[in-house]
Design a protein around this ligand. Structure first.
Ligand code: ADP
Length: 262
């Protein structure tokens, strides 16, 4: 469904140019949940922005459903870490979720119905009339997820979506994403710096090295479904994979530190 081919992106021009990602190539199957993990600053967000058509690659390209990505594709949704900046405090929860539908869905009633359905999916049907500031951080992030789902996306890009919530809420949100994927069959790319999370939610894990971000490895996660926060994390396969990803991330960032020191 998605092909990323020899993608590179530099910031700045001429001798001052800084290469953020280099020669990144991978494909994603329809309905797959791919996690992207790597040290801070290795270009995870840059990669996601190129895939989402928000940033033009310096070279290489992205093809979604057979069409090159040159602008933000239809039915693509993005969820960012910073929910407090992504929701409008003066709008109700339902109006926040319905807002992006103004371009695609005609009629206030239809938009409202789509928003309520999306809020039901994330377990927040009762919060439709409240305002974001009346909700906890985890609930606000659920609203951001509902807003992404309301436009019925085929591809959902999530950039460190659970970085700002406590551990328990984070686990609940991870399970929510897995449930949504199972229910709707959406293809999801989730960027995280949390190695356990990359293995727990992923079908495959892409490990990036730093400076510039290159693919270090792509690992398949053959853990049974449905995943369970306690039972899955106890499995020898989980323990082995998280150690493997950890080693790959560490060796990538050590190589980067050595290069910086040379
Ligand atoms: P990550 O998401 O893995 O933390 P980013 O994609 O945000 O990494 O950044 C990768 C590299 O590109 C970093 O060195 C960062 O400083 C640089 N960078 C990111 N955005 C910009 C920008 N708009 N202008 C210049 N450099 C940037």
């Amino acid at each position: 469904m998605l092909d990323v081919t020899e993608l590179s992106r530099a910031y700045g021009q001429g001798p001052a140019a800084h290469l953020a990602i280099a020669d990144v190539t991978f494909s994603v199957e329809r309905g797959e949940l791919l996690t992207i993990v790597g040290p801070s600053g290795c270009g995870k967000s840059t990669l996601l922005r190129c895939i989402g058509g928000l940033l033009a690659p310096t070279s290489g390209g992205v093809v979604l459903n057979g069409a090159p990505v040159t602008r933000v594709p239809d039915r693509l949704a993005v969820v960012l870490q910073d929910y407090s900046r992504s929701l409008y405090p003066w709008l109700s929860v339902a109006d926040n979720v319905a807002l992006p539908l103004r371009r695609t869905v005609k009629g206030r009633t239809a938009r409202r119905a789509a928003a309520v359905a999306a809020l039901e999916t994330v377990g927040l049907a009762d919060a439709a009339r409240r305002h974001p500031w009346q909700l906890s951080g985890g609930m606000q992030q659920r609203v951001a997820i509902a807003r992404a789902l309301a436009c019925d996306p085929v591809l959902l890009l999530m950039d460190e979506p659970f970085g700002s919530v406590d551990a328990q809420t984070r686990e609940d949100l991870e399970d929510l994403v897995l449930a949504v994927r199972a229910e709707r069959g959406i293809t999801i790319l989730l960027v995280t710096h949390d190695i356990d999370e990359s293995v727990y939610v992923g079908d495959r894990v892409v490990v990036l090295t730093g400076g510039p971000g290159r693919i270090r490895a792509i690992l398949r996660v053959s853990l049974p479904a449905p995943r369970d926060q306690i039972a899955t994390r106890e499995l020898p396969e989980f323990v082995h994979l998280r150690a493997e990803v950890s080693r790959l991330v560490r060796s990538g960032s050590q190589a980067q530190a050595q290069l910086a020191g040379d």
